[in-house]
Design a binder for this molecule. Structure first.
Ligand SMILES: Cc1ncc(COP(=O)(O)O)c(C=O)c1O
Length: 390
């Protein structure tokens, strides 16, 4: 009997399940820190910090979804980021987006401040400029006997710039530069950077993958066995494993990723369009709307070509901190909170975080569209934007 080929929509439901006769439909979860042993026998399991069998179904699922050989779960997305960039030898050059997840930017800056790495900030949407910076970084790293790494986020958090991932990865490879992609915003259902040759993909599993804002977790996926071994060693020594309960919740959450993402993305497309129309309404505090699916987004064509969908994150620039805060005070259906990718719609003024770069406008709201009724979401936003504009 030949193997039936499946799409990622099926794999999120089917991967990582036991298949033996009379096995449970869901993999069992072990709550244990240690394992029995007898000196006369070699056992694979020793101590839970090294990883437990309960991690494997979700790791297998994420590896399959991203098209990688190996996946490792971490205690958070930030722990996965940290594990990857701490693999760089001292003196390495890191080319990074000027807008990227704040925790990544802060950690990179701290490492640079300690003299561990050299930073090169780029606009990740400007492919030629990025590649010329990569060439410089690569040459400088080589002269120093170190490495260079291009870090890509696409779309970026929170500015939603869209990178030409295939060309960047190809160009970096030609320059001898490693590539890491934070694929949290796109999800593996919309973009698979490993298929373009990226060395490693990281996720904040906290977001769309878990999807219910009840878990903090990360993952790193690679097809490079050496890098996988290094990251595993790092996770063990830094102790950044998730707990079994989180693994259970994340695996349960990811089963509905395809339907959640479809619903949220459909809503986001409608909301972005209708919010953009409010820029004409003088009574509303909407200066501009950012969404890769809008025709006026600077990388709209690229997003249409490279991403399997435009995502569920929208930005609204209200023009000022005061206007943005006034909107947040008036929302009833949307929840003002940080984070994204859950079933509930969240909205946040990003500059409330001191770590957010100054090039992110003070009045910018980042909207994470959930799966509530689209019209309810729109009416709530419209009333809050009108009240804030009056
Ligand atoms: C794009 C992106 N990457 C990584 C992270 C960090 O993930 P975590 O919060 O799970 O540590 C976040 C968190 O907001 C994020 O938005």
């Amino acid at each position: 009997m030949g193997k039936v080929s499946t799409t990622p929509r099926t794999r999120v439901v089917a991967a990582g399940r036991p298949h033996e006769p009379n096995s449970p439909v869901n993999p069992p979860v072990e709550f244990t820190s240690t394992y029995h042993y007898r000196p006369s026998v070699e056992y694979p399991q020793v101590y839970a910090r090294e990883g437990i069998p309960s991690f494997e179904p979700l790791e297998q699922l994420l590896a399959e979804l991203e098209g990688g050989q190996h996946a490792l779960l971490f205690s958070s997305g930030q722990a996965a980021i940290s594990a990857v960039i701490q693999q760089l030898p001292v003196g390495s050059h890191l080319v990074m987006p000027r807008h990227a997840y704040m925790g990544f930017c802060t950690l990179a800056q701290q490492m640079a401040d300690k003299g561990l790495i050299v930073l090169h900030r780029v606009d990740i949407a400007e492919t030629e400029a990025v590649l010329s910076t990569v060439a410089e970084a690569s040459a400088q790293a080589e002269a120093a006997g170190a490495q260079s790494l291009l870090w890509i986020e696409s779309p970026t958090n929170p500015m939603l710039e869209v990178a030409d991932v295939p060309r960047l990865v190809q160009g970096a490879q030609a320059a001898g530069t490693l590539t890491a992609v934070d694929n949290t915003f796109a999800t593996p259902l919309r973009q698979n950077p490993l298929s373009h040759g990226a060395d490693v993909v990281i996720h904040s599993v906290t977001k769309f993958l878990s999807g219910h804002s009840d878990v903090v977790m990360g993952a790193a996926i690679t097809s490079d066995p050496e890098l996988h071994t290094q990251l595993h060693g790092h996770r063990n020594l830094h102790g950044t494993i998730p707990g079994p309960m989180e693994v259970f919740l994340a695996l349960r959450g990811v089963r509905t990723l395809a339907v959640r993402l479809d619903a949220a993305e459909r809503s986001a497309g409608v909301l972005a369009q209708r919010l953009a129309e409010l820029t004409e309404d003088g009574a509303c505090s909407v200066r501009s709307v950012g969404y890769p699916g809008l025709a006026d987004h600077p990388q709209h064509q690229r997003a249409a070509q490279l991403l399997g969908g435009f995502g569920a994150i929208i930005t609204v620039d209200t023009g000022s901190r005061e206007a943005a805060d006034a909107v947040l005070e008036r929302l009833q259906v949307w929840t003002p909170a940080t984070s994204l990718g859950g079933v509930e719609s969240l909205v946040e003024r990003r500059r409330r975080h001191p770590g957010e770069p100054e090039t992110v406008p003070e009045g910018l709201l980042r909207l994470s569209v959930g799966i509530e009724d689209t019209e309810d979401l729109y009416q709530d936003l419209a009333q809050a934007l009108r009240a804030a504009g009056s």
